[in-house]
Design a protein around this ligand. Structure first.
Ligand code: ATP
Length: 284
């Protein structure tokens, strides 16, 4: 039996450039993994099927689950006939803008590659990942990366993460990524990109410069649908006296810190605000 860690991501930037003729939106974003993770166990099984179990009762355990879908794609593309038993321990908030499902799918691809000794490179696994979901190629690599297209095109990977902390709060509401994109207004498309300034700040380990560069073009659309996100953001900013950002299509909100001590103080201040509050570190 082998185990793979599936790390959550936060968006440091997310610019939506416009709607494409295939219905998807063209995006440009910097994503960073943090040390909040699901665990995925994989083992050979005698049957010739994929079987999945999970501690998350709300998630399906068939091909609607991205972990299961990843196992099927891997078997189809690699020609591996053997069955596999998967167990996913969910710790990443679900439907929160933290890419948990994509991270599980990527962990399954990496894990099956090890389990069956198929010898795919990470680039090849990322290509398989694009068949499963837009964020899966990024999750195959993890770390800090600049993604474009639907999010599946990885343009640049930073060699090592900045040594920052993120204090993350998941407001108690459920957001549909599709609804948020559908709710975007014309004026909310980006005309200039925030990624380059963010990359410069990351390279020089400058948390203040990073905060000035950070941006999420889905924030207003998500907040129109769920005003409680805006209310929580305001409450957090007022309490912390620091900028707060939304990750992905929300509702997860977070703030950054450059030292463990200041992250701990912010975590303590936010703990009573919601059931799900996490103190995380940037990881590769
Ligand atoms: P993203 O940031 O990539 O948009 P997200 O964090 O908003 O993702 P996920 O937690 O990945 O959202 O889940 C989005 C939807 O995908 C959920 O509503 C859930 O039903 C479905 N899903 C399928 N497989 C999984 C999985 N293994 N873990 C979480 N959600 C899953």
């Amino acid at each position: 039996m082998i185990v793979e860690r599936a790390f959550a991501k936060i968006n440091l930037t997310l610019d939506v450039l416009g709607k494409r003729s295939d219905g998807y939106h063209e995006v440009d974003m910097i994503m960073q993994t943090v040390d909040l993770s699901d665990l995925v166990w994989l083992e050979n099984s005698e049957s010739s099927h994929v079987a999945l179990e999970s501690n998350a009762a709300s998630l399906p355990v068939d091909s609607r689950n991205l972990a299961f879908a990843a196992a099927e794609v891997f078997r189809r593309e690699s020609g591996v006939q053997a069955g596999v038993r998967l167990r996913v321990e969910k710790n990443i908030p679900i439907a929160a803008g933290m890419g948990g499902g994509s991270a599980d799918a990527a962990a399954v691809l990496r894990g099956m590659n090890r389990l069956f000794g198929t010898g795919y490179t990470l680039d090849e696994l990322a290509q398989l990942g694009a068949q499963i979901g837009s964020d899966v190629p990024y999750c195959v690599y993890g770390g800090c990366a600049w993604a474009r297209g639907r999010g599946e095109r990885i343009e640049l990977r930073l060699p090592r993460p900045a040594s920052f902390f993120a204090v993350i709060l998941r407001p108690n509401c459920h957001v549909s990524t599709g609804d948020v994109y559908a709710n975007l207004m014309q004026g909310e498309y980006s005309t200039s990109l925030h990624a380059e300034a963010a990359l410069r700040a990351l390279r020089s380990n400058d948390v203040r410069a990073l905060e000035s560069a950070m941006f999420n073009g889905l924030e207003l659309a998500a907040m129109r649908l769920h005003p409680e996100i805006a209310q929580m953001k305001e409450k957090m900013e007022h309490t912390l006296r620091a900028p707060v950002f939304m990750s992905g299509s929300g509702p997860t909100l977070f703030t950054l810190a450059s030292t463990q001590g200041s992250a701990q103080r912010m975590y303590n201040a936010l703990r009573g605000f919601a059931k799900e509050v996490y103190l995380c570190r940037f990881v590769r």
